[in-house]
Design a protein around this ligand. Sequence first.
Ligand code: SAM
Ligand code: SF4
Length: 454
Amino acid sequence: MIDKTYINNILQQAKNPTDQQITDILHKSKRRERLNHLDIAMLLNAHDPSQIHEIHEIAGQIKEEIYGKRVVMFAPLYISNYCVNNCKYCGYRRDNSFPRKKLTQEDIKKQAILLEKLGHKRLALEAGEDPKETPISYIIEALKTIYDNSDIRRVNVNIAATTTPNYKKLKEVGIGTYILFQETYDKQAFKDQHPKSLKGDYQYHLHAFDRAFEAGIDDVGAGVLFGLADYKFEVLSLIIHNEYLEKNYGVGFHTISVPRLKKAPGMSLEDYPNIITDEQFKRLVTVIRLAVPYVGLILSTRETKEIREELLKYGVTQISAGSKTDVGGYKENEQPVHDHDQFELADERCVLDINKALILDGYIPSYCTACYRKGRTGDRFMALAKSGTIGLVCEPNALMTLTEYVMDYGDYELKEKGLDYIDEHAQTIKHQKVKQKLLNNIERIKQGERDLFF
Ligand code: SAM
Ligand code: SF4
């Protein structure tokens, strides 16, 4: 599926695009036509500042048109740092010597409750790979523990590539999105970064989503760890991987994550010549937005507040908040105490402050998990997104979950401003019946009802 010669040829052809070529591609994008591989490669190579500005602007318009002001909120939950792999970039790798930890089911319950107390409804469950210490049965138990003991409504799972029978078990227990980062699509870089380990099998890793689809999972999230290889090669590969899944399984990625390599214990960023600048990062995020308008884009707390705020304008649809990347990292008071982190974080604001800032910028932090629970996943979700009616379902749901958040976790300031803010947004819904039902539901939530959704 990933043909290096083909991709390099495209990148070679796209090396010096003329202003006219970029203008034509941007017109295509404005007409909401699908971009081809050469178009995408050319946009990655555009050099005129006013055209780069226009790429950002169009990405912002696409985002606004499809997702409106919603920003989906989540937090990672690290349950184990045992790992048999030796990924050179990761603080949890086998060669790093530190006391390993895995949470008991009781600990997992406590962590889930702490996350719930921060207002979260959606988690990304994270673990290293260790078939003995953390077999699939442990992951399955963890999911059950979270669903049975907390108000968490959707658990996405980010664990190592596994077998079809294991994916079936994950599907049965009710995972949200199955997330797996390819790390790098460059075969040689992949080999170099994953020496002598289970994860080192490039083809097995690359075809993990095929096995997930065969097992009945229809909701997958991809990602690249930017900094391991040429970012232009990675972006084209992501797009080709997405097309491959669409062609073979009728649905592509639900989300794409764009983690950038960060400093971690036992590695030096100086060993990575492909580290990308902020400008390159913004470009790749905006070009992905233009290339796959309906795929959610996830930005984690690896990025600073400033970059996150800027990229929310130009394409990002989902962010983590208040994250801890050490096992059992959530504590009663939200102080940044670090045990053994997987990598460094850059946005350590607490969830409440992030939500207040989002509201100040005109966004609607959304804790909605309705699609997943109504079975609107895979091609059914895409049909909703592409029909243009997403706003009539998702925006009301976002406003209802924000009302819950404000009522249950808001401080005096947020309660005072937030409820008026929600009302203002609700009043802008054009469809009268939807608006009435929404206003009615908001009142019911204020009176104590919970978990209402369209
Ligand atoms: N162990 C599983 C795996 O490798 O797929 C689960 C996820 S791991 C806990 C989550 C992700 O963290 C990895 O896929 C990798 O991309 C990312 N990561 C590891 N080291 C990192 C670093 N130094 N900076 C940024 N992200 C890193
Ligand atoms: Fe283990 Fe995942 Fe870290 Fe690799 S990235 S060492 S597999 S936790």
